[in-house]
Design a protein around this ligand. Structure first.
Ligand SMILES: Nc1nc2c(c(=O)[nH]1)N[C@H]1C(S)=C(S)[C@@H](COP(=O)(O)OP(=O)(O)OC[C@H]3O[C@@H](n4cnc5c(N)ncnc54)[C@H](O)[C@@H]3O)O[C@H]1N2
Ligand code: MOO
Length: 392
């Protein structure tokens, strides 16, 4: 079958359109790290809940000197109000007593007995965190599709929620395939190599919340590949690596046909990663990634992770492009848009080896430089679009 090579944007959009976010569930906030909000997050309380002191010192009213009337501590406010010429000892985060108009930090206070005088007089309102300055009940704090990071965990609890609505964790089955692959890297014969793509893709996917099934490499036998595809019909996403090209032993396409999967597209105008295959079987998405290790990584980064993000309900499924200056010259591009490995120092240095089998330069790289098809040579100092290889 000869299908046109899709542009990367077109291929990503087509793949994402095949997927729906998974059903919603409610989980404890602490268990939601790395997941995406299924609903906008609304405040259920007022923060701060009262006017609070931002410093340790004295809450004062009117002009000094002030007479010390008591103390307001965190969790134990001063009972009552103060009037002009009075103050209370106060801690950071404690409730400001009624009548206090500013906080004198203790470094600027001279205390003798129950009299407090200032060396610096703060203006009215100083060092007070006003009630509700962050949020009040009903305020929308975060949009649906926001990824929950450590700060979000704290914010959601602070907003008065013990649980949060997220999409269910996707299930993912990953398979290496090829007769040359040995699952034991310490026991490879001369005609063998260690299976490494599956482990790499599982590590890549593992940065997102998902449940991963990974097993020994499949041989280049149609029956075995079909059996593996059948055994994991229930997975939300299946990723097969190897056998995506056109050789006699490239069985990804025949295996997809045999299990009744509908091929949506095959081949994307990009390097590495051209023979990427995207198919659907019912609600399941199947990705056939090329076997060359760097091609598997780049397509995993540009397709598998976005697919997982879509299932997880992310607002932004695709990796963000940033522009960085080149530290050295970058050669002219070939006929395919190319993602070149590079490292970020004072500017981006393209890796000297760009062969799609070369894992060493991938492991030493932390960016992919996005080079246009037929692009001219880019000189050092030119700003180029890059993807940071930070996961995810
Ligand atoms: N006549 C053509 N040949 C090739 C074309 C083409 O258009 N016409 N495309 C080339 C491109 S581009 C790529 S990319 C590769 C993709 O090939 P496959 O997906 O069929 O991958 P394999 O042939 O199975 O393996 C390629 C290479 O990668 C090694 N490999 C495979 N799986 C793993 C694994 N799990 N762990 C580690 N290494 C793996 C395998 O040993 C091969 O060396 O096709 C080109 N050919
Ligand atoms: O696309 Mo292949 O991935 O160039 O080596």
């Amino acid at each position: 079958m000869s299908l046109p090579h899709l542009s990367l944007e077109n291929a990503q959009a087509r793949m994402l359109a095949l997927l729906e976010p998974l059903p919603m569930e409610r989980v404890a906030v602490e268990a939601a790290l790395g997941r995406y909000l299924a609903e906008p997050l609304t405040a259920a309380r007022t923060q701060p809940p009262a006017d609070l002191s931002a410093m340790d010192g004295y809450a004062v009213a009117g002009q000094g000197p002030w007479r010390l009337k008591g103390e307001s501590r965190c969790g134990e406010p001063f009972a009552g109000a103060i009037h002009g010429g009075e103050c209370v000892r106060i801690s950071t985060g404690a409730v400001l007593p009624e009548g206090a108009d500013r906080v004198l930090i203790q470094e600027d206070a001279d205390v003798s007995g129950d009299t407090v005088i200032h060396t610096e007089d703060p203006p009215v309102g100083k060092h007070i965190r006003r009630k509700g300055f962050e949020f009040s009940p009903g305020h929308t704090l975060l949009d649906a599709g926001t990824r929950i990071g450590p700060a979000h965990v704290a914010l959601i609890r602070s907003a008065g929620h013990a649980e949060v609505a997220v999409q269910a964790r996707p299930t993912l089955a990953i398979f290496d395939s090829g007769d040359e692959l040995n699952s034991d890297p310490t026991a490879c014969g001369v005609h063998e190599i260690p299976a490494s793509n599956g482990a790499m893709l599982a590590a890549l996917a593992g940065a997102l919340p998902c449940d991963i099934h990974q097993s020994d490499p499949l041989p280049d036998r149609l029956d075995d590949i079909v059996a593996a595809l059948e055994a994991h019909r229930g997975a939300d996403l299946m990723v097969l690596t190897g056998g995506a090209s056109v050789g006699d032993h490239d069985l990804a396409k025949p295996a997809l046909d045999a299990v009744g999967a509908q091929l949506d597209f095959w081949k994307v105008a990009m390097k590495p990663g051209k023979p990427l295959m995207v198919a659907r079987r019912g609600k399941q998405l199947i990705l056939g990634l090329p076997g060359n290790p760097v091609s598997a990584f780049v397509t995993g980064f540009l397709f598998m992770l976005p697919a997982l993000r879509k299932l997880l309900g992310a607002r932004d499924c695709l990796p963000q492009t940033i522009h960085l200056p080149l530290a050295t010259d970058c050669p002219a591009g070939g006929p395919r848009r190319e993602f070149m490995r590079g490292s970020l120092a004072e500017g981006v240095v393209p890796a000297p080896q760009q062969d799609s089998s070369a894992l060493l330069t991938l492991a030493r790289s932390n960016v992919l430089i996005d080079r246009p098809a037929h692009g001219d040579e880019a000189k050092a100092g030119t700003s180029v679009p890059c993807l940071l290889l930070e996961i995810p």
